[in-house]
Design a binder for this molecule. Structure first.
Ligand SMILES: [Zn+2]
Length: 514
């Protein structure tokens, strides 16, 4: 049999323990035919074979992002990116430019500004934004904080006046002398404006999502677990699939309440309904993750469960009855215990269970995770961002010893898989790998680069219940590869995030990156 695609002279990390490295691989249509040395693979080349001589570049199994909000990412890509803006004058220019191509009265939305990067070292004022776009409501989110700057038309459209009071957990900035609004809204007060911004229509969201899909492929990702936030995304996924505009494999995770809306979804190697999202508790940063003992820096607060044990068991049972994977957000030890109890009580089944975060662990919980074969799904950049903001030791005391204990989990035989949580965090898988290898706040839990790669390949495939078809480069698996210009192993841990993606191969087809 001859190959349709052959890759030669490559540094192939197969993630197959029986044959960890290789030099060449042959593909027939969409499946891997043979993995080996150049000499072993060359005889499979015929006149119709596409040959890719990689000159020593690194090939990984196609990267899998197990937690990404694709439509939301598309929505964010429509916004003005103000991250590179270095002065208020430049900010105004950007808005003027956007106003020229935006119909009058439509919102201009931006994100990423930071006054510390502005030459003027101050936040934008209403007058700055009014001058740039008098006929468009403008809302511009600051980087890394719930703060937005708005113009007069945004205030008017949202019905906000001098007399409007800020909600309990928010602030409206005013001139200390005159009491006039400055156009800066903080925390919960940002929603006073945001509630007036209309949802994009289906056609707009579809195009934005298609654009996001291209960006995701370019980033080297061949397969995603797409977390659906709103029902409006479902027809978009279906349309993009039918239009063949989803270049990667899509595993859809829907909120548990939307399961009934997915019964008519197509199902093949490119699209399937994979899981039902269930939320058991909140996040540690807002102290809403449910703990068995109080927060060390808040002795009366244990966080809270968002579902009763009965509701949890019902939700898990419903997902299993639908034949999809329950994907349960549980961050605190109390929530993890409740989820484990619900899973342990669910009758025998073939479905792989998955907990998102599973942050605050202890030895007995880890043993139960292992026993039930539950996959822990994490987002490395989310972990890094959290620790940059608050101290784990102060918040959790001794419990910080086993907070996101990824190395301990792997050593205990628990499968851990990783995703980006894009657009809340950057898209890059390589950045995620770098965070896993560095773990600056918890050196004991650092992973090797091979372990970090496994979280996005072999373990990610296992997480989605698809390890028989993807996750490693071996005969009879799907031909999905990510080609990097350098080996992440040799560039040094601080430079992993900068390794360029050269090619993406999905289903045996070579897509050039960038
Ligand atoms: Zn998310």
């Amino acid at each position: 049999m001859s190959a349709t695609l052959v890759i030669l002279n490559a540094n192939i990390k197969t993630m197959n323990t029986k044959q960890p490295t290789a030099q060449a691989v042959a593909v027939c249509n969409n499946m891997i035919l043979k993995v080996g040395t150049n000499r072993q693979i060359q005889p499979l080349i015929s006149k119709d074979t596409q040959v890719l001589d990689l000159e020593g570049k690194t090939v990984l199994p196609g990267l899998i992002d197990t937690h990404i909000h694709v439509a939301d990412y598309g929505r964010c890509l429509m916004w003005l990116d103000l991250t590179p803006v270095a002065s208020l004058a430049e900010l105004k220019q950007q808005i003027q430019k956007k106003a020229k191509v935006t119909p009058k009265g439509n919102w201009i939305i931006g994100q990423g500004w930071n006054e510390t990067r502005f030459k003027e070292k101050r936040m934008p004022r209403i007058s700055d934004l009014d001058g740039a776009a008098p006929n468009h409501p403008v809302i511009l989110y600051r980087e890394a904080a719930m703060i937005c700057a708005v113009n007069s038309l945004a205030l008017k459209t949202a019905g906000v006046t001098q007399k409007t009071h800020a909600p309990q957990d928010g602030t409206i900035d005013r001139d200390p002398k005159t009491g006039k609004l400055l156009g800066i809204f903080r925390d919960a007060a940002t929603s006073l404006i945001w509630q007036a911004v209309p949802e994009p229509n289906e056609a707009t969201l579809l195009e934005a999502t298609a654009y996001a899909a291209q960006k995701i492929t370019t980033a080297g990702i061949t397969s995603v677990a797409w977390l659906v936030i709103s029902e409006a995304e479902l027809p978009i996924i279906k349309k993009l699939y039918l239009q063949r505009r989803l270049p990667f494999r899509v595993n859809v995770l829907v909120p548990e309440a939307l399961l009934e809306k997915t019964t008519d979804f197509p199902r093949d190697n490119f699209l399937r309904i994979c899981g039902a999202f269930i939320i058991a508790d909140g996040y540690l940063d807002s102290k809403e993750a449910a703990l068995t003992k109080p927060y060390s820096d808040d002795p009366k607060n244990c966080g809270k469960m968002l579902l009763t044990p009965q509701q949890l068991t019902t939700a898990v049972g419903r997902a299993v009855a639908f034949g999809v994977q329950p994907v349960i957000h549980a961050m605190g030890d109390k929530a993890i215990n409740a989820v484990l109890t619900a899973i342990e009580q669910t009758p025998k089944r073939q479905i792989r269970f998955r907990i998102e975060q599973a942050a605050v662990l202890n030895k007995p919980l880890i043993a139960r995770l292992k026993k039930q074969n539950i996959v822990v799904s994490i987002q490395p950049k989310v972990i890094a961002t959290e620790f940059a903001v608050w101290s784990a030791d102060q918040r959790l005391g001794n419990r910080a010893q086993l907070l996101h204990p990824l190395k301990t989990l792997l050593d205990s035989g628990v499968a851990v898989a990783a995703g980006s949580d894009c657009p809340m965090e950057p898209l890059s898988v390589l950045l995620g790998m770098q965070e896993l290898v560095l773990r600056p706040n918890d050196p004991k839990q650092r992973l090797s680069i091979d372990e970090a790669i496994a979280l996005y390949t072999l373990n990610a495939a296992y997480c989605l219940g698809e390890e028989a078809l993807r996750g490693s480069i071996e005969k009879d698996k799907l031909a999905d590869f990510t080609v990097l210009s350098k080996d992440p192993q040799t560039v040094g841990p601080d430079n992993i995030k900068d390794v360029p993606v050269e090619y993406v191969v999905v289903d045996g087809k070579v897509l050039r990156s960038n």
